[in-house]
Design a protein around this ligand. Structure first.
Ligand code: PLP
Length: 443
């Protein structure tokens, strides 16, 4: 085998050609969007108690189809998964002074959503094998102020629904499932996103299926769904004229306690989403094939292991996660992965993101300035230091050791597994790993 100098040391790269641009958008979406444009009706919502309070034909049809696909009673479309989480926390009636248990290893809004209602995010640690919230750690964080848990099906794998839902029943907590990264994943035959009281999906540009921006909230609870629809569309104005009995729920308290936003999805996005929904299974199958192919190739490297899959689950691999053993390798993970990335090229049209292989995922969220400085609205420290909050805040480094270990030393993610990549593309990725492995001495 010829010994080449590593690209990071000035040698030739394994691959100069950019990876092909992968997009789930095809002819069907273009046709659907064009028809909406031709109709001239790009949105048909009215922010008042009126039949158009629920949006136009594409929006309503999408919600029906989404609910049917996921086998839930209600789907509420919004303009992002962030908005969907804000609707979910608001629908649940979370208030200032409440605590909500959240994960440190997710997109930031999975942890910051309670703050929109003046509630306090309390971080639990994650599972070593599956990276989702650890039920044992959750139980340690429950206090008399705890009202809800926001779980995330991180990287495409469902949370431990059996254990966490059981805890929720025991302590009377609401569970909100962030399934933004897990559309089509399953837990014991049931879809991720439908495992909790409410679930949310994302349709942003980086997710399995997308509409540019968009989100969907699902629930089987009539009142939670109706409250989410109110928050989506100017609740405070609409409440004045709508019949209140539709919204009464003892456990939530008042039915006026909803500040409305404009989180409405347009007809264009809804039309595109309807087409995307039809393709999700096919995309997930292709994605899984790519992940299995690449994982098998990397499994010969003694210091790299695929993270485990939760038994009984269908994982949809937003990104496959690998564990890097720095001791066996004799080199730091970051140095190794940087050398691998130097052997490859970016994806076409996404050049500014660099090579799509990352060390760690997001910095443990409690280390973000909003928690470290405990400032989020204005300058007086609300809601962290408000008189409503009687608990003890804790956002110090070391809070979630499993998360910190994975992030800073162990984990790396390969985004280059999307449908549309060829075996040749995946072979090049594996070859970059092999080349750095063969030439470890150069690092
Ligand atoms: C992408 C993502 C979100 C937010 O999605 P948007 O639609 O961009 O608001 C929330 N949670 C997780 C886990 C995500 O990956």
């Amino acid at each position: 085998m010829p010994k080449y100098k590593l690209a990071i040391n000035g040698g030739p790269k394994v691959r100069y050609k950019k990876f092909p641009f992968c997009t789930p958008i095809g002819r069907e979406e273009i046709k659907a969007a064009t028809e909406v444009l031709k109709s001239g009706i790009l949105s048909q919502f009215l922010g008042s108690w009126h039949e158009s309070f629920y949006g136009g034909p594409q929006v309503q049809q999408l919600e029906k189809e989404w609910a049917a696909f996921y086998k839930v009673k209600h789907a509420v479309s919004v303009n992002s998964a962030t908005s969907a989480l804000i609707c979910a926390v608001g629908a649940a009636g979370i208030s200032p002074g409440d605590e909500v248990i959240v994960t440190p290893y997710s997109m930031c809004v999975s942890a910051t959503a309670p703050l929109f209602y003046g509630a306090i995010p309390v971080f639990a640690d994650i599972e070593e094998d599956y990276l989702c919230l650890n039920p044992k750690s959750i139980e340690q964080k429950i206090t008399k102020r705890t009202r809800a848990i926001i779980v995330a099906d991180i990287l495409g794998q469902p949370y431990d629904a059996a254990a966490i839902n059981k805890l929720a029943r025991k302590y009377k907590l609401i569970v909100i499932e962030d399934a933004a990264q897990a559309p089509g994943a399953k837990y014991k035959g049931k879809y991720a996103g439908t495992l909790a009281d409410m679930g949310i999906y994302s349709l942003n540009y980086h997710k399995h299926i997308h509409t540019g921006e968009g989100g969907i909230l699902v629930t089987d609870d009539d009142i939670l769904a109706e409250r989410a629809r109110m928050i989506r569309n100017h609740a405070d104005a609409v409440i004045d004229s709508r019949p209140l009995k539709l919204l009464k729920k003892k456990s939530i308290g008042s039915y006026v306690n909803m500040l409305g936003y404009n989180f409405r999805m347009t007809e264009l996005e809804a039309a595109v989403a309807r087409q995307q929904l039809k393709k999700i299974k096919k995309f997930n199958t292709e994605r899984l094939k790519n992940v299995n192919y690449l994982a098998k190739k990397l499994s010969v490297i003694p210091f790299i292991k695929s993270l485990k899959k939760r038994p009984g689950c269908e994982h949809v691999y937003y990104m496959p996660a690998f564990s890097f053993d720095e001791i066996i390798a004799g080199v730091a993970r970051d140095k190794f992965i940087k050398a691998v990335a130097a052997e490859l090229s970016p994806m076409a049209k996404r050049e500014n993101e660099g090579v799509l292989i990352e060390t760690g995922y997001v910095k443990p969220l409690y280390l973000l300035p909003i928690f470290q400085k405990q400032i989020c609205y204005g300058s007086k420290g609300y809601p962290f230091r408000s008189p409503y909050y009687k608990g003890k805040l804790s956002y110090q480094k070391g809070l979630a050791p499993v998360c910190e270990y994975h992030h800073y030393h162990d984990l790396f993610l390969i985004e280059l597994i999307m449908p549309g990549l060829s075996r040749r593309d995946l072979d090049d990725i594996a070859e970059a790993f092999y080349k750095v492995w063969r030439n470890l001495g150069e690092l």
